[in-house]
Design a protein around this ligand. Structure first.
Ligand SMILES: CC(C)(COP(=O)(O)OP(=O)(O)OC[C@H]1O[C@@H](n2cnc3c(N)ncnc32)[C@H](O)[C@@H]1OP(=O)(O)O)[C@@H](O)C(=O)NCCC(=O)NCCS
Length: 347
């Protein structure tokens, strides 16, 4: 068979803004505060152990009306207001979550509609605790290729739904909340190149037990899944701790190098809030000087997965510890294992 070569029609392609920038950040923190004393009624532990091993003093667990969608919408509205961008201007909504329990449709479409970003492209990503940095990288690329002008990047989680409250290795860690960023065009560089990747060989270190198909089969067989059959997160904390504190610190250094920023020129460090000891270990490995402001939102918020970085940034901005235009290293890491980090300019 012979093939005839035809001259392809010249396709038009888009080009976008020279650079992307975070224009506004917003967060939602559930109303119910759960302190370590309450956690210790569910697991064999102590306030002292939880404080010294994780740095967590309290966390927030969502009430029934504080759904993933509700929290995401509240965070997005704050981010839009701070960015001074109308919802109709949003071209794309990216939501990172592991606690939206409908396989389809993506929750991003409902969130887009609820905030008033009608007609925007909308999709979910599953990048766990690296989700906000993944979404930021995607948004930045879209803006620079002209695929979108304004993007809403959201991390929203109700990890309390996926936590075994009687598992002493995870019950004190995981928490709920949402954080959002409006990302748009910029005249000057304000989102550095992403350093990202995955290590699926270590996927079993943090997993959801009982996949949905197993739950469906149990239901079809008329079996009551009961407490033991419920899907929950299981984590091998210590290997994850070591991976995060050492391997991920190198990824953070790579993100700084790619952005041309050094420990001497960096202003703020806002890593995923997984454990205060991981935050401290990373800061030591990166040799960050005393003057670099470090996000420590985990003390009052626990680990909120994809929501933790925007929530931590919002807390720093509200405390006026940081200022518009400062350089900030963000880095997320978690189940997958996945990781992503970049240097951003604060809005
Ligand atoms: C979970 C975590 C706080 C545990 O801290 P750790 O220092 O690694 O603790 P270990 O698991 O080695 O356990 C140390 C001891 O404390 C005990 N212990 C574990 N959980 C406990 C609890 N809630 N209360 C009291 N003691 C506890 C263990 O049984 C062990 O006792 P032993 O020394 O007598 O055997 C820590 O591993 C961690 O934060 N891991 C990473 C979390 C993370 O990044 N998550 C994923 C990214 S989203």
């Amino acid at each position: 068979m012979t093939t005839t070569q035809v001259q392809p029609a010249a396709l038009k392609v888009t080009t976008g803004a020279a650079y992307g920038r975070i224009l506004g950040i917003g967060g939602y923190r559930p109303s119910r505060v759960v302190d370590n004393a309450e956690i210790c009624t569910m697991i064999d532990s102590s306030d002292e152990w939880i404080k010294t091993r994780s740095g967590i003093l309290e966390r927030r667990w969502a009430e029934p009306h504080e759904t993933v969608q509700m929290m995401a919408v509240e965070a997005a509205r704050k981010a839009l207001a701070r960015a001074e961008i109308a919802p109709e201007q949003i071209d794309c909504v990216i939501v990172s979550t592991v606690t939206h329990f409908h396989q389809t449709p993506a929750i991003a479409t409902r969130i887009a509609a609820a905030v008033g970003a009608k007609g925007a492209a909308a999709f979910d990503i599953g990048a766990a605790c690296a989700g906000f940095c993944y979404a930021t990288a995607l948004a930045d690329s879209m803006i620079r290729t002209g695929t979108a002008k304004y993007v809403l990047a959201i991390g929203a989680e109700r990890l309390s739904d996926l936590t075994d409250k009687h598992d002493r290795t995870t019950a004190f860690l995981f928490a709920d909340g949402a954080g959002a960023a409006v990302i748009g065009p910029s005249d000057s560089p304000a989102i550095g190149p992403v350093a990202w990747g995955s290590d699926g060989d270590q996927a079993d270190l943090i997993v959801q037990t009982n996949a949905w198909d197993a739950a469906i089969l149990q239901a079809e067989a008329g079996q009551d899944a009961g407490a033991s059959g419920r899907a929950v997160l299981r984590m091998e904390g210590n290997p994850v701790f070591k991976w995060a504190a050492y391997t991920i610190a190198k990824v953070a250094a790579d993100a700084m190098e790619r952005a041309g920023v050094t420990a001497e020129t960096l202003d703020v460090f806002a890593p995923h809030q997984a454990n205060m000891r991981i935050v401290d270990a990373m800061a030591r490995t990166l040799r960050l000087p005393e003057r670099v402001v470090i996000a420590r939102d985990i003390a009052h918020q626990g680990n909120t997965s994809a929501a933790s970085i925007p929530l931590a940034l919002e807390a720093l901005m509200e405390s006026r510890e940081v200022h518009l235009g400062q350089t900030c290293l963000i880095i997320g890491f978690g189940a997958g294992l996945v990781y992503a980090g970049q240097v951003i300019v604060l809005p």
